[in-house]
Write a protein that binds this ligand. Structure first.
Ligand SMILES: Cc1ncc(COP(=O)(O)O)c(C=O)c1O
Length: 438
């Protein structure tokens, strides 16, 4: 019989409750821990807590553990590298494992132009910081454009790009100069989504944001934290053309959507458009902290010392990334495409007709279900979404996350089997139907 979550206690159980209250007394108050989940062990898409409860993890540590928790080949690569060399700072010295990873990434040539180089950081925010600095340096321009509801990180530059939740900016300004524009949401804007988004951007260029001042436009090819929104097929090509017309660099932030999650190695492969700069993190190393900023040789020629990080591209993280890339290329990108498509079908069958389900969308294993007050008015059912996320956890032992104001997201490990997808859909439908009976 296929594996299912096992709840032996109320959640949190007694051991977890003790650990949570101890942790809460010492950890920064800025964390948002909605789930009282203490992860003690992980295997594949399963999490085991210290009370022996077993959870189906459809969050993958926020779209990070792409090969599943503790994939044996990733664990072996980490152990082997840790026994050889843990750190030597790639800013000043060489080590083989970093060169190998760099060549594999640039060999995919995921950016436009001649040749490719990669800068390694430790987080998605750092990858975007590097992209901002590089874009300024390469263009001599100071300004940026990003999209409302986008998320690019919480360091100062990345936070200036981020326009996801006011809480993330409240009290922290002033920011870097970023003008925010509208992302095309096919569910809410219909067939004119691309036209509306491009018209808005051109209005900004005509009025308050001279394009000749803009170094780069940052965009998520599939908007992640904003609600798992897949733009219309003509949007990224239109943005590419507009950037080219004004000498603006186009940056794709694929921190969440990249590395096979959408069923292709890079999300932009779905749209046949290449960026000038690409940022990657999250799923690249199955949970070890590493990020990558890629650009053509012509753009990434900043001076020695102009940008670097002590830990960026650390040997152990590089080894984990190399093992992750092996697994993605062997089968997991393909699995994300196949199981993702099947899971979308299963969701449509299970909850597509539910009056509070407005939209089921996604690419590969980046799937969003938008909950609405009713199908006609499309009012955002934020409370219902939050309640469903919590109910899945407490009733069934399934970990899912919200995205945007009223969307549930499924971003599991790319190892997800059809059977595990079926279990996730069943548990989600159970919670939705219990909280919003038809
Ligand atoms: C698209 C995108 N960019 C950047 C980030 C920031 O990544 P990190 O939290 O590693 O700094 C995130 C995190 O959710 C993200 O989804």
């Amino acid at each position: 019989m296929s594996r299912r979550p096992v709840l032996k206690t109320e959640l949190p159980g007694p051991v977890a409750a003790g650990l949570i209250s101890r942790s809460d007394r010492a950890i920064s108050t800025s964390y948002t821990r909605d789930h009282p989940l203490v992860a003690e062990r992980g295997e594949g898409v399963w999490i085991i807590d210290p009370d022996g409860n077993e959870f189906l993890d459809m969050s993958a540590g926020i779209a990070v553990t792409s090969t599943g928790h503790c994939h044996p080949r990733v664990v072996a690569a980490i152990q082997e590298q840790a026994a050889k060399l843990i750190h030597m700072s790639g800013t000043d010295f060489y080590y083989p494992v970093q060169g190998r990873l760099a060549h594999r990434l640039v060999g995919m040539q995921p950016v436009r132009g001649e040749g490719c180089r990669v800068y390694f950081g430790n987080s998605g925010a750092e990858a975007n910081e590097a992209a901002m600095k590089l874009a300024r340096w390469a263009t001599g321009r100071k300004h940026f454009v990003a999209f409302l509801d986008s998320f690019h990180g919480r360091t100062y530059g990345a936070m200036s790009l981020t326009a996801s939740k006011a809480r993330q900016r409240e009290g922290f300004g002033p920011f870097l100069p970023v003008t925010h524009t509208v992302y095309p949401d096919p569910y809410r804007m219909g067939e004119r989504a691309t036209a509306m988004a491009m018209e808005h951007l051109e209005t900004l260029f005509r009025t308050i944001c001279p394009p000749s001042d803009v170094a780069a436009i940052f965009v998520e090819p599939v908007q992640g934290e904003g609600g798992y929104i897949v733009p219309p097929a003509d949007f990224l090509p239109a943005l590419r053309a507009l950037c080219d017309a004004h000498g603006i660099l186009l940056v794709f932030d694929e921190v969440q959507a990249g590395m096979g999650r959408t069923g292709k190695m890079f999300a932009h492969d779905h749209f046949d458009v290449q960026p000038d700069i690409l940022t990657l993190a999250k799923g690249i190393a199955s949970g070890l902290p590493i990020s990558a900023t890629l650009a053509s040789e012509n753009i990434m020629k900043w001076k020695p010392g102009s940008h670097a990080s002590t830990f960026g591209g650390n040997p152990v993280a590089c080894a984990a990334a190399n093992a992750t890339l092996d697994l993605l290329q062997e089968s997991l990108v393909q699995n994300a495409a196949e199981v993702g498509a099947k899971m979308m079908d299963m969701l449509r069958v299970a909850v597509g007709d539910h009056p509070n389900v407005g939209d089921i969308r996604g690419l590969g294993l980046m799937i969003g279900v938008e909950l609405v007050v009713d199908k006609q008015g499309r009012g955002r059912a934020a409370d219902l979404r939050n309640a469903v996320v919590m109910d899945c956890f407490h009733r069934s032992g399934m970990v899912i996350l919200g995205a945007g104001q009223n969307t549930v997201r499924f971003c599991p490990a790319l190892t997800l089997t059809e059977q595990e997808a079926a279990t996730a859909v069943e548990l989600f439908a159970t919670s939705l139907n219990a909280l919003a009976p038809v």
